[in-house]
Design a binder for this molecule. Structure first.
Ligand SMILES: Nc1ncnc2c1ncn2[C@@H]1O[C@H](COP(=O)(O)OP(=O)(O)O)[C@@H](O)[C@H]1O
Ligand SMILES: [Mg+2]
Length: 367
């Protein structure tokens, strides 16, 4: 039986969802205001704002289920669609994950460790929050931030005015700056029947707030650390009655995990699963939202993903590296923009690192 999945957002995540869905005879309709968005180049796309009610009705017609690939879709649009047909993940999960204070408050409620934080709504509140959180600290807009945008680091309480200006005076959260040992993330999928599968923790490398590289599995992860990450994820998934793929970003500090943020969708730190796991995060998200069983998250080897940011590498040279797979998103190169990635696969961590060294000579991003 052919099924049609509607996806809010038509960026590269949507494109990779579509690519994973076709073998299962899933068909897609995307809605996104940008014409010929990456997913719209492969599938049907309605070019419209998420706030256009008439477009939402046209979008919903004939669909079996709706999901999203972008966490900044208006919750109101998801609630409207949820009156017409099933939407996974649900509006509450979206509402929690799109606001940094909401997601950290959920952590407090569930006993999950986070950096110290305080909500701030004015420069005056920022100054008082600095009295509690101290410096160094980091001010982030509660909503709409990505790739390190909408953030300011405060080295000294005197940075308050400039930090407040640099987040545009938007409602924000002040967090203590964590001198972490490394960044890790966990991708999980939960089905409608409550079945949960986890991928192994991934080690992530960011520069200027943008993800550059993910290594899977993360080296030097004890079973206790993996279990801790899985328990954190399980508590959130169950609390939110979550259906689909959820990603959680952590800081590792002295062998302990601190929750940084979560994304209610497939995630850049899970792209390696396309080649590196028996079932990709994209397929598992689709399986979850369409009521199919979750697939095995077992690894097929050692993987590393490198993002192409702002400029395309010489893909012909890249493809000569054994175990290298290239994904291009059909986007115009622009400074700081993710336009593709490659995943390298190998039979050992050492062999992987040799291949990554070759690839990193070719994948030169723009800063
Ligand atoms: N409290 C913090 N302490 C130290 N570094 C941080 C902190 N918060 C964020 N960062 C750094 O900035 C990056 C981007 O911040 P993040 O909160 O993940 O926002 P987003 O990914 O939505 O832009 C993180 O991956 C991390 O490298
Ligand atoms: Mg992040």
């Amino acid at each position: 039986m052919q099924r049609k999945v509607g996806i809010l957002g038509a960026g590269q995540l949507g494109r990779m969802l579509a690519l994973a869905g076709y073998p299962l005879d899933l068909h897609f309709r995307f809605i996104d205001p940008t014409p010929s968005a990456p997913a719209g180049q492969l599938s049907e796309q309605i070019v419209a704002s998420f706030e256009d009610d008439q477009a939402l009705v046209r979008f919903a017609a004939g669909l079996d289920v709706v999901s999203f690939e972008f966490e900044n879709v208006p919750v109101a649009a998801v609630r409207k669609l949820a009156k017409l047909l099933p939407v996974h993940p649900n509006a509450e999960a979206l509402e929690t994950a799109q606001d940094r204070v909401n997601e950290k408050s959920l952590c407090l409620k569930l006993g999950i460790a986070t950096p110290a934080f305080a909500a701030v709504e004015s420069e005056q509140q920022l100054k008082s929050a600095l009295g509690v959180i101290g410096t160094p600290s980091i001010l982030k807009t509660r909503r709409l931030g990505y790739d390190g945008k909408g953030q300011a680091i405060l080295k000294d309480p005197q940075d308050a005015a400039s930090a407040w200006q640099s987040v545009g005076g938007a409602p924000s959260v002040l967090e203590s700056f964590v001198h972490f040992d490394r960044e890790l993330s966990l991708i999980a999928a939960r089905s409608e029947s409550g079945e949960i599968a986890f991928y192994p923790l991934v080690e992530n490398h960011h520069r200027h707030g943008i993800l550059r590289k993910s290594i899977a599995p993360a080296p030097r992860v004890s079973p206790a650390l993996q279990k801790n990450a899985e328990e954190t994820s399980r508590r959130i998934l169950e609390e939110l009655k979550y259906v689909g793929v959820l990603a959680i970003e952590f800081f590792e500090k002295d062998g302990k995990l601190l929750f940084n943020e979560m994304a209610p969708r497939v995630h850049n730190t899970g792209h390696w699963t396309i080649e590196g796991a028996e079932t990709s995060q994209f397929e598992n998200h689709l399986r979850a939202v369409t009521g199919m069983p979750i697939g095995s998250t077992k690894l097929r080897g050692f993987s590393c993903m490198l993002n192409f940011i702002g400029a395309l590498p010489d893909t012909t040279q890249l493809l000569k590296i054994p175990g290298c797979h290239v994904h291009l998103y059909g986007k115009e190169p622009r400074r700081g923009r993710k336009i593709g990635h490659c995943t390298l696969l190998a039979d050992s961590h050492q062999e992987l690192m040799e291949r990554v060294a070759l690839a990193e000579k070719l994948v030169q991003d723009d800063g």
